[in-house]
Unconditional design. Structure first.
Length: 447
């Protein structure tokens, strides 16, 4: 009996040993799968992962500029000055095409980013730009100073479809800022000239094979000499848009843009051209100079009998003077000694006030221009231009809208619906507007 119990115990121990041995080969905690045996005395549960070789850092490739295949205008950019010193700041060029990159990051000339590499227009030699203190804020800003006759060109001649921007400041009214774009070489480029004719107009020229053409891209424009002016040039696919202080002044090659600037070839220069920078109101337009002895008026004299504001001022080719009629005769006529006896006075009984001209014979007029008194810009509202051949019977030619409020120093051009031909022309002020007018210009252009 004892022998049988011992035998049974021995068999049980043997079976238990075989089961334990088999479990040690199964995957799981405390077990190793074939081919994954531990070699460092730790199980897979606690073994640190093997450290692989560190990948080398790969640098992102630099963007490569890609021109717009459809854009008609290509070339470098630049700045220049004529007649005096011009300051430029915050120059930048941004690609608007496939590359979508900063071709010239905004440069305030403070040290970062680096100043672009400039050359001359007709030379590949490097030109060292002059960086100076901002003339308006010398304590905290710097700017690029360009002197008379200097041209600075930068960029790549394959650039196109870009936005070119900057700030501009003229040193004085004799200085002219030139902004170059689409420069392929020294004989083919565009240049926008700001501050022309004593800072009264801007012209965009196209230079082809060395020949400078106006192409009638001229607009009246006066830059403020006491603050920076923001300029933008957008090179589009088939047009070029030019902005000044955020407003479009030119949209070159856009068929919907009508440029009403015409060259004037007369010897007598009216205020609308000399002071406001306008061209003639039409092609081959003739300006009529009016002498003081030709001026007709209501005969009421001026308010306060002020001899500085007489009727003849309306034709003196100076927009800083004006006529100020004593419409209500606050000062009795018989006491006036300074303002009545100029030109050809009326009898002083007219209902409001008027000022005009008497020609020697019937004279054709197709356009007229007017400029309001700068201190009372609403006083030309409802005013009427009239014509007569006898000085008694008058025909209305044009009425200024009754809600009109003029802009100071601005000349307004009106093309008459029908060509007029009268001996007398006059401007009649609306009730209680005191016939205030700075300038009246009469023009004729054959249709």
């Amino acid at each position: 009996m004892v022998k049988r119990i011992l035998a049974f115990l021995i068999v049980a121990v043997m079976i238990t040993s075989l089961i334990a041995c088999d479990n040690s080969k199964k995957p799981g905690p405390g077990g190793n799968t074939p081919g994954n045996e531990s070699t460092d005395g730790t199980s897979d549960e606690t073994k640190a992962p093997e450290t692989s070789k560190k990948d080398e850092e790969t640098k992102a490739p630099d963007k490569v500029y890609q021109p717009n295949a459809d854009c008609k205008f290509i070339g470098k950019v630049g700045v220049g000055a004529v007649g005096g010193t011009v300051y430029f700041d915050d120059i930048k060029v941004n690609d608007r095409g496939p590359s979508n990159m900063e071709l010239i990051p905004t440069n305030g000339f403070e040290g970062e980013p680096e100043v672009p590499a400039f050359t001359g227009l007709a030379s590949a030699d490097a030109v060292t730009p002059e960086i100076v203190a901002d003339p308006l804020k010398p304590e905290n800003n710097k700017a690029l100073s360009v002197s008379d006759g200097t041209v600075l060109i930068t960029g790549d001649k394959i650039w196109n479809y870009y936005q070119y921007g900057m700030k501009v400041l003229l040193a004085d009214e004799n200085a002219q800022a030139d902004i170059y774009f689409a420069v392929t070489d020294d004989k083919n480029y565009f240049v926008l000239s700001l501050g022309e004719q004593g800072n009264t107009k801007a012209t965009c020229y196209k230079v082809t094979d060395g020949k400078k053409e106006n192409a009638q891209f001229t607009v009246p424009l006066t830059l403020d000499l006491e603050k920076w002016t923001t300029i933008g040039v957008n090179i589009n696919v088939d047009t070029i848009t030019i902005f000044v202080s955020g407003s479009t002044i030119l949209d070159l090659y856009n068929p919907e843009m009508v440029n009403d600037y015409y060259d004037y070839n007369g010897t007598v220069i009216p205020a609308s051209i000399a002071q406001a920078g306008l061209g003639a109101p039409a092609e081959n337009a003739q300006f009529y100079e009016v002498k003081p002895e030709q001026v007709i008026h209501d005969g009421k004299g001026t308010w306060g009998d002020n001899g500085a504001n007489v009727a003849t001022n309306a034709f003196d080719m100076d927009r800083t003077t004006f006529y100020d009629c004593d419409e209500k005769l606050d000062t009795p006529l018989d006491t006036k000694v300074n303002s009545v006896n100029v030109g050809i006075p009326g009898d002083g009984k007219f209902a409001t006030g008027y000022v005009g001209v008497k020609f020697d014979a019937p004279t054709k007029v197709s356009h007229f221009r007017y400029c309001a008194r700068s201190a009372n810009l609403d006083r030309m509202a409802g005013g009427i231009l009239q014509g007569s051949n006898d000085g008694e019977n008058w025909t209305d030619l044009y009425t200024i809208p009754s809600d009109a409020v003029c802009v100071a120093d601005k000349f307004y051009t009106v093309a008459l619906e029908e060509e007029a031909e009268f001996t007398y022309y006059r401007y009649v002020g609306a009730t209680e507007k005191y016939c205030n007018i700075s300038e009246l210009e009469l023009w004729y252009a054959a249709k």
